[in-house]
Ligand binder design. Structure first.
Ligand code: ARG
Length: 579
């Protein structure tokens, strides 16, 4: 990959090139082998020689020795020292050159053009209309938004899609409940709350009749059947059902938009599931015609395929017996339409890992149907958010609403800011705390939501990072402009804290690329925390204003600010100059 602007970014590339020449390993192989030593006394990069020793059947120590000698002859630019230790060759970056480059970084720092404007569709957030957004929903929204930002930063062309759950059994249930039990007054006062009340009441009635362990779609009891019937009427365009459906959509979309406004999350495409029922059915009918899909006696349509891992036969229904589209029918329609419309290079679904089987089936079915883009589709899975030991389940009504969580953290932020009498923005702080709380965890891991963690602003938290930025800003503000702008002629005698901070800053571009490749924003979150800690150590040990090294230190601090701002930007966390 080529960085837009940075020479020092080439340090590692030069190293890879030289190593590849000398070892006759491919560049890609070398890149994977290069390690970052655990302690900086051992160097900035190291190359283990085990692979070569296997190949050449020689002692890895000897190989390391020879390789070091060879590389020394080459006079690698930008490296001040090369040593060998046991089976490793260790490389020491020239810190002066590194620092010279680091103090030049600008607001583009970390950006790169590897994306080549390729289109990446990100299907994320996807709340179900009629149901509230609770803390269980927050991960898709925040992880998806961060991925969007990362793609944008790397010059991809990301398309954010909010695939609203605007149809499905829950809508059937809500319409039934709406007709039976709606409290109009309450709907006016608290629309989201009233819809939740209706939904929970319906689920309570239904619960006594459901067969445990059976998929909702196939439940055969009076309440579930009522909901299915409503859904059928809706698909047929029934006036009354459509009217109620529209009302439910309006009320609940308003609630969602409030949350998105607070989070500053937006989408390019808001097309919900219902838009793709027809397209999905068309695909199913074609599959029937081709003999790929089969029809059950009751009218339901299915495709049979083998689980590629277990070889076990799977029968997946792609149309309900009453000929309405189900979740997977719509997903089939949606991806085919998206491919046509956006010509995506990647289609990413940011969805709970409990839907893994659904996406596996979706990809397999598309493959069987002959669509050639299935290898461009990815399920970015994330684990559950628990509260205590409980999973948030709307049907039980025991949910913690996202709106309340945001309101509380923002309130707490306002209190803190008041105490300090500064100009911080409570929304930025509160939202930053929640976003960071979510993003610091690897997506795949389950997380536990606790009020304590959400309302804590110290240690490994969003506000701590924002604060380190504000602190850096205030140092620069206090400093003399002239000292700040002074041309830095010679850099020598860098101390440990300066070097550590410069090195940390220099890791940023690699981290961004890694986060993109692994679809894992937590890499950037954890990097940001390390960056803040390194800065704080620097700050506590290196006097700035009035020191003989004032100019250099100011410039390092400024580069820290730029890096922290960009890193937090990728997490969707806003910075403040004062806090
Ligand atoms: N709204 C769905 C749910 O809550 C998630 C949709 C995920 N996206 C998709 N294309 N299936 O279960």
């Amino acid at each position: 990959y080529k960085s837009i602007q940075l020479k020092f970014f080439m340090f590692k590339e030069d190293l890879i090139k030289a190593l590849s020449e000398k070892t006759r390993l491919k560049k890609e192989e070398v890149e994977i082998l290069i390690e970052i030593p655990p302690r900086s006394e051992l160097g900035d990069y190291s190359f283990p020689c085990f692979v070569l020793s296997k190949k050449e059947k020689k002692d890895p120590k000897k190989i390391a020795e020879n390789l070091k000698e060879e590389l020394l002859k080459k006079k690698l630019k930008n490296f001040e020292k090369i040593t060998s230790l046991g089976p490793y060759v260790n490389f020491f970056i020239d810190k002066k050159t590194l620092t010279e480059n680091i103090i030049k970084v600008n607001s583009n720092y970390g950006k790169s053009s590897i994306g080549k404007k390729k289109v990446i569709c990100v299907d994320f957030s996807q709340p179900n209309l009629g149901k509230p957004m609770h803390v269980g929903h927050i991960r898709s929204t925040i992880i998806g938004d961060s991925m969007m930002r990362i793609y944008d930063f790397l010059d991809y062309n990301p398309i954010g899609i909010n695939y609203l759950g605007d149809i499905g059994l829950h809508i059937g249930k809500l319409i039934v409940a709406y007709e039976l039990w709606l409290d109009k007054e309450n709907l006016k006062k608290d629309p989201v709350g009233e819809l939740l009340r209706l939904y929970v009441k319906f689920c309570g009635k239904e619960k006594s009749k459901v067969t445990e362990g059976m998929e909702e779609e196939f439940q055969d009891n009076e309440w579930t059947n009522k909901a299915k019937e409503k859904l059928r009427l809706l698909e047929l365009g029934d006036k009354n059902a459509t009217k109620i459906w529209k009302e439910i959509q309006d009320h609940s979309l308003k609630g969602f938009k409030k949350v998105y406004d607070l989070l500053k999350v937006d989408f390019n495409d808001w097309k919900g599931q219902s838009h793709f029922s027809e397209k999905g059915k068309e695909i199913v009918i074609n599959a029937l015609k081709n003999g790929i899909a089969k029809r059950e006696e009751d009218g339901a349509v299915y495709i049979e395929f083998e689980n590629p891992n277990t070889k076990e036969k799977i029968k997946k229904y792609i149309l309900r017996s009453n000929q309405t589209a189900s979740y997977i029918t719509q997903d089939l329609g949606a991806v085919v339409e998206r491919k046509k419309k956006y010509k995506f290079d990647k289609m990413i679904y940011v969805v709970d890992s409990r839907q893994e089987d659904h996406f596996k089936a979706l990809f397999s079915i598309l493959r069987i149907l002959g669509y050639d883009f299935t290898d461009k589709m990815h399920h970015l899975k994330f684990g559950t958010v628990r509260f205590g030991k409980e999973i948030q389940a709307t049907r039980e009504g025991n949910v913690i609403m996202l709106e309340d969580v945001l309101a509380k953290t923002i309130e707490k932020a306002a209190l803190e800011i008041n105490k300090r009498k500064t100009k911080g923005d409570p929304r930025k702080v509160g939202v930053g705390a929640i976003k960071y709380l979510i993003l610091k965890n690897e997506p795949i891991k389950d997380v536990e939501f606790s009020w304590d963690a959400a309302l804590s602003f110290e240690g490994n938290t969003g506000p701590y990072l924002q604060y380190s930025y504000a602190r850096a800003s205030s140092i620069i503000k206090k400093a003399d402009k002239e000292n700040f702008n002074k041309k830095i002629k010679k850099i020598d005698n860098l101390d440990e804290y300066e070097i550590n901070l410069v090195k940390k800053i220099s890791e940023f571009p690699d981290i961004v690329i890694l986060a993109e490749k692994n679809m894992n924003p937590s890499l950037i979150a954890n990097y940001s925390y390390e960056l803040a800690k390194t800065f704080n150590e620097f700050y506590h040990n290196c006097p700035v204003i009035g020191s003989p090294k004032e100019s250099l230190r100011l410039r390092i601090i400024d580069s820290f600010r730029t890096t922290m701002k960009n890193a937090l930007h990728l997490l969707g966390i806003e910075v403040m100059e004062e806090m």
